[in-house]
Structures are given as C-alpha cells and as structure tokens.
Design a protein around this ligand. Structure first.
Ligand SMILES: O=C(O)[C@H](O)CO
Length: 423
C-alpha cells in the first residue's frame, strides 16, 4: 500500500495527493508507530531510501522486521508498560524542535495508543494501566476508550502534530477502527480532536463500574473539567494547516481481497453490509441465526468485518474473536437441529486479546467430534475462557504477527454450500 501512496523523483516527493518540491524541503524525517510500524517503515525505505535523514520506529514486541536501517523500539500492548513510557518520551524528543522546511512523515497503525504511554507527570503508570484494563474489561468500544486516552495524554488527540510545528507533516494511516474515523485511530495522534473533557467524564462514569478512579486521575480530570488543563486541539485549529492525514488501508480492503480469494475458489462471496460491533457472544448468535436462514443458498461465502467487544466477567483467557466462535459453538450444541457452518473469526493483526492466537475456526466435522467427546462449551463461555476451550479442541487459529492491522475478519460458509470446483 505504501508504494501506491509515496513516490519520488529528482523534483518531487509525492505523498498521496500532496507534492513536496525537493528544493523547498529540508530534512525528511519519519516516525512509524503501531503494529504495522516495521512493515510501513521498510516499505517507505524501499521508496525513499537515503532521502530519509532520520527515523524512529515503535512497535509491539514480536512485530520486528530485520534489516531496517533505523532503531526499532518496543512498547507494551494491550496494556502500556515502562517500554511504552520510554517510547513516548522518544517520540516526544523526536518530533519537537522541528524546522519549518522539514517534512515529517508519520506512519500510523493501530496499537499505537498502548505502545505510547505519553502520560502527564502527575499520573503514575500503574494508575493508568489499571484504568485502561478496567475500560477494556468492561467492554468499552475503541472510540470511547480513545476519548479518555486523548484527554490524559501529551501526544494523543492531535498534540503530536502541534508539537511537530512548524514542520510540514503528512501521516499515512492504516485504519483499525469502525468507519475509519481519523480522530480515533491510534487516538488521533496527528488529527484535531472533536471530543471533550465532559465526554471523557461521562465515559468514565459509565464504564468504570464499581472501580474508583485513583486520586491522580481524579485530580487530573477535575483540573481538565475546570479549565486547568487545555482541551485537546480542535478541528479548525490553525496548527493543522500544514498537516495532512491519509488513510491507505482498512478493513473493507481486507474483506474485498478475501471476497476475491473466495470467488477464485468457486464461492459466491457476499460481504456483510454492516461492520460487526457490540458484545461478541450476542453478535455471534445473531449472525448465526440470521445467516442460517439463508443456508439454502449453495456455494455462498459470507464475509464480515469489524470489531466486537467482550465484557469480561470470568477469569479465563481469550479474545473477542475466540469468544465469538465459542458462543457460536455453544449455540450450535444447544440447537442440534441447526446445520453447522464453517466459521472463522480472527484479528487481522494476528493477535486476539492477550493470547498468541489470531482467533478460532470450526466446521461440521470438528463440531461432530467435540459434541461426541466434549468438553461442554458453556462453562468456558461463562468464564471467558475461549482460549482454553479451543486449545483443548484444536480450534485455535495461529498466524503470528502479520505486521498489519485492519480489525477483524469473520468468514462463514453455510453448511450446505460447497465450492463449484470441489478441488
Ligand atoms: O491504538 C489504538 O488506539 C487502536 O488500535 C485503534 O487504532
């Protein structure tokens, strides 16, 4: 994707629809952050090579690529850790003190919000981790989570772009959020932020449940609400006049590529019209019921994308994709009259929750065997322990890090469907 969006000749560096005249720009510097950071950096290097005078790459552990000519640092994910604090400091040092003629290329992909813990001085990392964990476990969707992140931050919510002034800044962005909302992806590092302290407060009231905000966060919130901490920069802020943000990849592109593959295999591919969102176990059953009504269609492959959430009530291990498939298994076992489709649900980044699996998959043969020999999926579902269930039954999908990140993909082939070409 990068090579479609960046090109260079003796006169111009072209980034998306922006032409930067070589004789007017000084240094070209690059910051790449997120789960796709190393792949994006390597692809940019392939196009721009030595024209990039300096680069900083921040990614998740295990998402490294060898042979990058620049330093690559890890941050913690899904919960930020000390590495995320150091990474944020590095980013801060890297982008400030820019010169007017500099061009800062920023490669952004999902995961960056946790990889950078750009916390104000008064907020200890431990408090921040606890808050992030609580919001995640209580099923906060990404736009909600990132509204909070942007307000307790030194770089998010467009502040990185403000820090980089007066340089020209161009971000190329891979979206891993619903509707490709620029202000939500990676907490909108280079995008003006329409959200407010008041919204952050209502979200906290709604999503932290019985947990009490630690004093450091409560004090910071109160200060924000009372005007003691400036709001995030808003749309229309002149600081963004020299800033461009371009989305170069998203979930829809992955679904279209999957549809093409399915059609090459002889299926008729149908892309689900709405992105998946909501509680994984509920959406899974809704979709099964809806699509099983359509099982008379021969040779169909349904594809859906999006990102569900899990409200964690148990103590098990899993991720939203594994829980989605586990809920389907449970439903199918409770309704043996329903034909079992082939179903796969996985994160395109290769990681589902805090596990080493991308997701899970089942088919009729697998279900038959598990129905005969157990275990019963219900207790695993009650304990949010999808990983253990699929580990025992052989349903985990493991790809390892894919070095990209465009949310999740679900593939469902109804029981009666078969490819035109059996081969
Ligand atoms: O990093 C993040 O904020 C999420 O992956 C969404 O982009």
């Amino acid at each position: 994707m990068i090579s479609q969006w960046i090109s260079a000749n003796d006169e111009f560096i072209v980034v998306a629809d922006e032409k930067y005249a070589v004789n007017t720009i000084g240094r070209i510097r690059m910051l790449s952050v997120g789960k796709a950071a190393t792949a994006m950096a390597a692809a940019s290097f392939a196009v721009l090579g030595g024209r990039i005078s300096e680069a900083l790459v921040i990614t998740k552990e295990g998402h490294q690529l060898e042979l990058l000519p620049w330093p690559v640092y890890d941050g913690g994910h899904p919960l930020p850790d000390e590495r995320s604090v150091a990474a944020a400091q590095r980013v801060n040092d890297f982008v400030r003190n820019a010169k007017e003629e500099d061009l800062l290329l920023v490669m952004i992909s999902g995961g960056a919000s946790a990889l950078l813990a750009d916390l104000p001085d008064t907020i200890p990392l431990a408090d921040w981790r606890e808050l992030t964990n609580t919001l995640l476990r209580n099923g906060a969707p990404i736009d909600v989570l990132n509204t909070v992140r942007k307000h307790f931050s030194l770089l998010k919510g467009g502040r990185l772009a403000v820090l980089a002034q007066p340089a020209k800044l161009h971000s190329l962005i891979i979206s891993d959020v619903p509707d490709d909302d620029l202000a939500v992806i990676a907490s909108g590092l280079t995008v003006p932020d329409p959200t407010t302290w008041q919204q952050a407060e209502s979200i906290l009231q709604k999503f932290i449940g019985d947990w009490r905000l630690p004093a450091s966060l409560q004090e910071y919130l109160n200060k924000g609400l009372n005007g003691g901490i400036p709001e995030t920069p808003k749309p229309g802020d002149p600081a963004f006049e020299r800033v461009r943000n371009t989305i170069i990849g998203n979930n829809r592109m992955a679904l279209e590529a999957a549809a093409l593959s399915a059609e090459q295999l002889g299926y008729r591919a149908i892309i689900h019209p709405v992105p998946l969102s909501g509680e994984a176990r509920e959406i899974s059953v809704q979709l099964l019921t809806q699509l099983s009504a359509a099982t008379k269609r021969e040779g169909v492959c349904y594809l859906a994308g999006g990102e569900t959430t899990v409200t964690v009530k148990g103590r098990g291990k899993g991720g939203r994709n594994q829980e989605f498939v586990l809920a389907a298994v449970n439903h199918l076992m409770l309704h043996p009259d329903l034909p079992c489709p082939a179903l796969l649900c996985a994160g395109t980044d290769g990681t589902d929750g805090p596990t080493d699996a991308a997701g899970a998959s089942i088919d009729a043969g697998w279900l038959q065997q598990v129905s005969n020999t157990g275990p019963d999926p219900q207790p695993f579902l009650d304990n949010n322990d999808a990983y253990a269930f699929f580990e025992q039954t052989g349903g985990l999908v493991k790809t390892g890090p894919t070095l990209t990140n465009v949310m999740d993909v679900m593939i469902l082939i109804p029981a009666t469907a078969s490819p035109e070409d059996e081969g």
